[in-house]
Design a protein around this ligand. Structure first.
Ligand code: SF4
Length: 493
């Protein structure tokens, strides 16, 4: 039996499909929802009596009862071994309207094949599909004291392309969609037919979980594999260009980061645009600095007043303050529940009024979280705006090609930089990455931990502290390269 996700995986990479087929993994949702989502949609439609499909249902069950109800929820159908679960079917004359449910504000146009596959199975089960609709989250809805389902959901007949409505689904599904051939290929194939082959899918939306299994060879730090934003990488590898140092002009896109990488490879270590880095550091190096990192949870359905769908609750920060005399102090905040206002108050108390705030990828993370808090708690607009104006993004020297060390291996995260600038790393921590921190905090927040609560708090604190301390170490490393003598003066206690 196949699911639509299997076909999607097979199209992405047949080898990936066969490798993951028997692999049992524990599903840890990145996005949080504590509600039964289907029940919310049932309540939104005001459905009282309906057929409810269950996991493991034989597909004949719904067909035997197809004349008995006007609403069908999560009904299982199957055709040529492809099993689907249809979120909502509503009787319309001699056929049915289908309602797909997407728990996101803008259902993506690239998922059109998912809808086509569902319709293909339904039609081949003799179901006449009349209207095709998508129930999705209303991007503009802001929760009040209670969840207003009529405002939370919207129903449309189209998907979205770059957040703009595309043509109605009914016009686009077509009659010629047929999955018979690919299903046959999948059934007949096996892993031995698909050798590892580097393709876009290997590093699409992050590195494929089987990457190490497929490409066991130990890559050197300046392998061409680590050259970023390169459309000619595969072509170069075919020509025997295996190291960044050997890349010639015609294969370069000409970005500053590529240049930094190639020069670092030619230097067999580091590339430093000292003048550019000095210029950047000089804008703030003589001031008090506050290195900061936030952790947050992302909710599909807004759980608290003032939140929108997919907004966040920042539950933790770690702050290392470097004074001009070189002394370093640490402050932190961690709480559960609706801790947004406590978070703001604590942050405003802990961040010195005269300090610059340094975060990694500040514009894409911490600054967005603060803007969300300003919208939710306008009474703090002035002091929070003041914080925003004092932010400095520590990723700039790396993403703008001022500095590159081949030990980064094409990875521009602060975790990768920590291993370049020090002997420290996250591997020995009980919580070693952001998602793990969120999962552990989720257990705390749901009161699912009994005696381990304090221990988990300590581990979260250890993890987030290393994030802000890493920023300090990276800053010190950059400063030492431009001002090697400042160290003794500035960091003396
Ligand atoms: S690493 Fe690449 S070749 Fe291997 S399974 Fe993943 S996508 Fe396929």
């Amino acid at each position: 039996m196949l699911h639509i996700s299997d076909i999607k995986k097979y199209r992405r990479c047949p080898r990936l499909y066969y490798l993951s087929k028997d692999k049992k993994s524990v599903y840890q949702p990145y996005l949080r929802h504590d509600e039964e989502l289907t029940k919310l949609v049932v309540a939104y439609f005001g459905i009282k009596d309906y057929y409810l499909g269950k996991m493991g249902d034989d597909p004949s069950r719904v067909l035997n009862e197809i004349n008995d109800h006007s609403w069908y929820v999560k009904a299982r159908f199957e055709y040529k071994g492809l099993r689907i679960k249809v979120p909502f079917l509503h009787r319309n004359g001699d056929g049915f309207d289908i309602y797909f449910v997407v728990f996101a504000p803008y259902p993506k146009d690239e998922d059109i094949d998912f809808y086509r596959a569902n319709i293909w199975v339904l039609v081949n089960n003799g179901i006449s599909v009349k209207g095709i609709y998508i129930v999705h989250l209303n991007a503009d809805y802001i929760r009040g004291d209670n969840l207003d389902l009529k405002e939370l959901f919207v129903v449309h007949d189209h998907l979205y392309r770059q957040n703009k409505p595309a043509r109605p689904l009914k016009e686009r599904i077509g009659d010629d969609y047929d999955l018979s051939k690919i299903i046959e290929q999948i059934d007949k194939g096996d892993l031995s037919l698909f050798k590892p082959e580097k393709r876009r899918a290997c590093k699409m939306r992050g590195v494929c979980e089987f990457y190490d299994e497929c490409f066991k060879e130990e890559l050197e730090d300046d392998s061409i594999e680590f050259l970023v934003s390169s459309q000619y990488k595969k072509q170069m590898q075919q020509l025997g260009i295996n190291y960044m140092r050997d890349v010639e002009g015609e294969y370069l896109e000409g970005t500053r980061v590529q240049y930094a990488q190639i020069m670092a490879s030619r230097n067999r270590g580091l590339f430093l645009d000292k003048l550019a880095l000095k210029h950047w550091l000089d804008t703030f190096k003589d001031q008090k600095l506050a290195f900061i990192d936030f952790e947050w949870e992302t909710y599909i359905i807004p759980p608290y007043r003032g939140l929108k769908a997919y907004e966040h609750v920042s539950f933790q920060y770690s702050l290392h303050v470097l004074k001009k005399d070189g002394s370093l102090t640490h402050r932190e905040f961690i709480a559960t529940g609706d801790c947004r206002e406590d978070f703001i108050r604590s942050l405003l108390k802990d961040v010195p009024l005269d300090a610059k705030l340094i975060a990694y990828n500040a514009k894409g993370a911490e600054m967005i979280r603060i803007r969300e808090l300003i919208r939710q708690f306008p009474q703090y607009t002035l002091p929070l705006n003041d914080l925003l104006e004092r932010f400095i993004d520590m990723s700039v020297p790396f993403t703008e090609g001022m500095v590159y060390d081949i030990k980064m291996r094409g990875n521009f995260s602060v975790k990768s930089l920590l291993q370049v600038v020090s002997d420290m790393n996250y591997h020995n921590l009980a919580i070693s990455n952001g998602m793990d921190a969120v999962y552990k905090w989720r257990l705390l927040d749901r009161n699912e931990l009994e005696d381990e609560g304090k221990e988990v708090m300590d581990k979260l604190s250890e993890y987030c502290s290393l994030d802000s301390y890493s920023l300090y170490l990276v800053y010190k490393w950059l400063l030492d390269m431009v001002y090697p003598n400042i160290k003794e003066n500035q960091y003396e206690n």
